[in-house]
Design a protein around this ligand. Structure first.
Ligand SMILES: [Zn+2]
Length: 83
């Protein structure tokens, strides 16, 4: 019945994971079908291969954020120092 709902009304996708600013994973609220954003910015079915790619992307993205935070801290320290 739930799958029939999707066939009639279309999937009801919700963001289930933020991988990076541009890449997200979506899960259908009704049938749990999953989509993801591919390298071209299009939506595609979330296959195990894409899940793997997203895991790597997420790790790189988090690492970048951590470096940026560190850089901010250094800049603030430099500003304090110049006072
Ligand atoms: Zn669905």
């Amino acid at each position: 019945m739930k799958h029939l709902h999707c066939k009639v009304f279309g999937h009801n996708y919700r963001v289930s994971r933020h991988v990076t600013y541009h890449v997200k994973e979506y899960t259908c609220y009704n049938c749990k079908k999953q989509l993801t954003t591919n390298g071209k910015g299009n939506l595609t079915e979330l296959t195990p291969k894409f899940k793997e790619i997203n895991d790597v992307l997420e790790r790189i993205h988090q690492k970048k954020n951590r470096i940026r935070l560190k850089t901010d801290k250094v800049n603030k320290d430099l500003l304090l120092f110049s006072h």
